[in-house]
Design a binder for this molecule. Structure first.
Ligand SMILES: Nc1ncnc2c1ncn2[C@@H]1O[C@H](COP(=O)(O)OP(=O)(O)OP(=O)(O)O)[C@@H](O)[C@H]1O
Ligand SMILES: [Mg+2]
Length: 354
């Protein structure tokens, strides 16, 4: 166990409450692999006579933003302003994803439509609340040089109006090394923080980033470590900082919270806060959304990580949506602040009496 657990108090809650009041005017440029999550809900009445599989009678469909599009959705949920750059195909998914995003207040004018590849769509069949099968439609080969150039130029043109650059890498072929290096270099030149949710084995592509947010498995794999326990988290955190030109690293650990590694501080562990976990999918997207808004609002990395940890904890408790609203975060922070205040008063009184 990393023996430096985070200590929070009424003052740190007040600081977080101040930070979230600025979310509204923060523009986050989100670049990455956008996806559409499609759900087919139904019920099983019998086993197919054709093969030993259930027959699902389709009752309704729902759509949700996935991948980088879910990061943008989470930023909008927290009342920030996402500028979303990604590729969609000239197909049904490419029409549905913008509509899905617009319905939750995410502008889609910067999505680039291409005939070179399909929209990444994950279709899940769910019967009686049970996930029966998932069908993926995607082409994960690297995008063409011309396409990469077009995306790069688009990102460069949006950087000057952005407070933070977020790269949401789901390894679907968009983010090649040259594209990453040109947008990271330009963001740095402009003094814009770069936060990256990484994938894959080659983290050198992310050189120059302010912060990367792998989960513990991703961090261990990137370091060639064959374990995911606390010691592996600590080793990979230190190794990523030693071997990469990145300023900091936040390793998320599901129900065990997250650990922040910075160059000039000892690692700090933030325990998870969710009480009743309902749905953990997309928690990583909530983490980077809350982090980016906090950093954009001027918070230091520890305060930003605290806000991200609280936000993800609240998001996994939610039924029916993975997007957290600002009001819920504010309410939670206020009640946390008053709990700490009461505890602090009680311990002062005890001291006084003793
Ligand atoms: N079961 C859980 N209980 C409490 N908090 C959780 C749980 N799962 C996730 N979280 C919160 O969400 C954060 C991110 O979760 P996790 O480490 O699973 O990210 P991830 O693997 O990138 O997720 P995904 O890829 O599904 O979006 C955790 O650091 C924690 O704050
Ligand atoms: Mg993740």
């Amino acid at each position: 166990m990393i023996n430096n657990p985070d200590e929070q108090d009424a003052a740190s809650c007040r600081e977080m409450l101040e930070v979230i009041e600025h979310f509204q005017r923060i523009a986050i440029l989100v670049v990455g692999d956008v996806m559409l999550d499609r759900y087919w809900w139904g019920s099983v009445t019998r086993i197919s006579p054709e093969a030993p599989v259930p027959v699902v009678r389709h009752e309704r469909s729902t759509l949700a933003a996935g991948g980088a599009a879910n990061v943008a959705a989470n930023i909008a949920g927290l009342s920030g302003r996402p500028l979303l750059v990604g590729l969609i195909g000239d197909d049904e998914g490419g029409r549905e994803l913008p509509l899905t995003l617009n319905a939750i207040g995410v502008e889609t004018g910067h999505l680039i439509s291409t005939s070179e590849r399909p929209t990444t769509v994950k279709t899940r069949v769910v019967a009686h609340g049970q996930h029966v099968v998932r069908v993926d439609n995607e082409d994960t080969s690297p995008i063409s040089q011309e396409q990469a150039q077009q995306v790069t130029e688009h990102v460069l043109s949006l950087l000057p109006e952005s407070n933070v650059l977020v790269i949401s890498d789901y390894a679907k072929g968009l983010l090649d090394s040259a594209l990453l290096q040109s947008v990271i270099a330009e963001a740095r030149r402009l003094g814009i923080p770069v936060l990256i949710d990484p994938k894959g084995m080659d983290y050198k592509r992310y050189a120059g980033a302010t912060l990367i947010t792998p989960n513990r498995l991703e961090a261990a794999q990137a370091c060639g470590i064959d374990a995911t326990d606390q010691r592996a988290v600590e080793t990979s955190g230190h190794r990523l900082l030693d071997e990469l030109e990145i300023q900091s690293c936040l390793i998320t650990q599901g129900e065990e919270g997250m650990t922040l590694f910075r160059r000039d501080h000892a690692p700090v562990h933030l325990p998870a806060m969710a009480r009743d976990v309902y749905d953990v999918t997309g928690a990583g997207d909530t983490v980077i959304a809350a982090l980016s808004l906090s950093v954009g609002a001027g918070a230091d990395l520890l305060t930003a990580a605290r806000l991200a940890n609280l936000s993800a904890g609240l998001a996994v408790e939610q039924v029916g949506t993975t997007v957290l609203g600002l009001e819920l975060l504010r309410e939670h922070l206020e009640s946390l602040a008053s709990t700490f205040r009461l505890e602090e008063q009680a311990s002062k009184q005890a001291e006084h009496l003793g």
